[in-house]
Design a binder for this molecule. Structure first.
Ligand code: ADP
Length: 233
């Protein structure tokens, strides 16, 4: 079943002077994993940011389940979408506070289960104060990989229908990298996912690959299709 669609979407910034998306059309079915690839600055993040309406289209439209995203209650729309990006926001407070932010009434059991899926439970319980460890300025300084796994646990708790993922470009050590990769695979399992991909393995495992260049989709296909047609990715 078709879950969301973009029809001839255009988007500019800087009062129309920076025409970033020129003509984007795509269709994603429920349960599919879509990888978006293309050069830096080609418009990949702009495409995915239109789905939770971080901003609106200039032309064309974005629909979820056949409904224009502008017609959704914004809070509800955003509840259905989980976002994992390279920038992780944790506020001053305990690890538990930061996790409950995703689901206020989550039980301790639910929180621990989410942290196991996100590969961060063992790390948390190895701290003297466990889930009550203070983070941020007042407490523990977490590594980029640990913060990212906490943010993955938040998305597991949120349990969104659609997942938007911006894979990390910066090199993490290989233990962190594997822990995060496993956590993300757990998270994506059975969920419609759109991934701005920087890893070859993600591209190979996607159902569909979209190649974006200069604000347009220049190829749509599978990794095998791109290889067969000698299209570099
Ligand atoms: P990619 O994800 O492919 O690297 P982006 O979608 O982030 O590309 O950016 C495409 C272009 O749009 C870049 O030139 C970027 O500077 C510009 N851009 C992105 N977001 C904004 C914004 N909120 N305001 C102004 N310019 C933006």
């Amino acid at each position: 079943m078709k879950l969301f669609e973009m029809n001839h979407v255009q988007k500019s910034f800087n009062n129309g002077t920076l025409h970033v998306l020129k003509d984007i059309s795509l269709c994603v079915n429920e349960g599919e994993v879509v990888s978006i690839i293309g050069p830096s600055g080609s418009g990949k993040s702009t495409v995915v940011n239109l789905i939770p309406r971080l901003y609106d289209v200039l032309g064309g439209k974005v629909t979820v389940a056949g409904v224009d995203v502008r017609d959704f209650d914004l809070k509800y729309l955003r509840q259905c979408i989980g976002v994992v990006t390279q920038e992780t926001y944790l506020f001053n407070g305990t690890i538990l506070d930061n996790l409950r932010y995703a689901k206020e009434n989550a039980t301790l059991e639910e929180i621990e289960a989410a942290c196991r899926i996100a590969n961060i439970h063992d790390f948390i319980v190895s701290q003297p104060d466990g889930y009550n460890t203070e983070v941020g300025n007042r407490g523990l300084k977490l590594s980029g990989g640990e913060k990212q796994r906490i943010s993955i646990a938040r998305v597991v708790l949120k349990n969104p229908k659609v997942l938007i993922l911006d894979e990390a470009t910066s090199a993490l050590d290989s233990i962190s990298e594997n822990a995060i990769q496993d956590a993300l695979e757990n998270l994506m399992d059975g969920r419609t996912s759109i991934v701005i991909a920087h890893r070859l393995s993600t591209v190979r495992n996607a159902d569909i690959i979209l190649v974006v260049s200069d604000g347009k989709i220049v190829y749509v296909g599978t990794a095998a299709y791109l290889t067969d047609h000698s299209i570099p990715y």
